[in-house]
Design a protein around this ligand. Sequence first.
Ligand SMILES: Cc1cc2nc3c(=O)[nH]c(=O)nc-3n(C[C@H](O)[C@H](O)[C@H](O)COP(=O)(O)O)c2cc1C
Length: 349
Amino acid sequence: MSPKPDRTDDAIQSRKADHLRICLDDSVQCQWVTTGLEQYRFTHVCLPELALLEVQTSTSFLGKSLGAPLLISSMTGGTELAKTINIRLAKVAQQFNIAMGVGSQRVAVEHPQVADTFAVRSHAPDILLLANLGAVQLNYGYTIDHCQQVIDLLEADALILHLNPLQECIQSRGDRDFRGLLARIKTLCHNLPVPVIVKEVGNGISGAMAIPLIEAGVAAIDVAGAGGTSWAKVEGERAEDLRQRRLGQTFAEWGLPTAECVTSIRGMAPHIPLIASGGLRTGLDAAKAIALGANLVGMAYPFLRAAHESESALITLTELLIAELETVLFCTGNRDLQDLQKSDCLQPQ
Ligand SMILES: Cc1cc2nc3c(=O)[nH]c(=O)nc-3n(C[C@H](O)[C@H](O)[C@H](O)COP(=O)(O)O)c2cc1C
């Protein structure tokens, strides 16, 4: 079976342009569902036996060293604006040695002329760089060769497969047959030469769902929980008819809060490399997620806003996130992220 093309020739490209335009607007953030991180606070240490200059945020993930535990979550590609954004993101990721994902590369498989909008490796030769495809495409004709193709295009260190059943329900002509997908993910994990990471897109992955994915061979999980960008809202905004619009409104706040995903997965799988994302907006959020057991913290919307503005806005944002993380380490008396995780300094409010 060959990949099922989108109905109109440039449907994916115009969808990508819509996603950028709509996501840049505040109104598609969750309004009353939160990440759950606000339910925790750090115990303040008034006399840390440290100098601020000593604290350090470096870490490693999937065998690669990082300057800070930050991931620019998968976002875009496929249009000229997306290319500009991807290049800015890649340059800043390289400058700070943080990880970066790109948006779904399906558009590059089906329209090879836009492949260059993803190809950022030359701007970020050293970073942990992550390819991206929708897992459900494995049910619609995508094979290991397509996965290898998007990995090669990016010179990626790993492949992210995103799980987005709610988004596919709301998107006009979404791909809604998820049957047998776990078995296909398992086959892929055992045959691809790079690690496979599974993520959601803002509705969360529970501990109960993480276990079969880990047993299938995924190398890491990105929870992408609720509390931030709502893909039900995004697709509802783009909806072509009242039915899809109504679905988007009804499910706008659907999903598992990010903090709950992190604690439930960590409780059931103490060793799986774990990315917390979905609604995280500050270095304080990042520190809380790490204290709860995450190894890396992903953010999409904040990086998108800054990248849309300028490279220097992105640098300012990244410096700020790292300064916030360092401040938490200092004011909890922890020298590094390992100490933070070992300490008992995060408490329910
Ligand atoms: C403009 C935009 C495009 C996105 N496209 C993708 C995508 O192609 N693949 C994917 O796995 N996630 C995609 N996402 C979802 C993000 O990676 C992330 O999981 C989600 O936005 C929640 O994080 P946030 O609250 O920090 O925005 C996209 C997000 C944004 C803002």
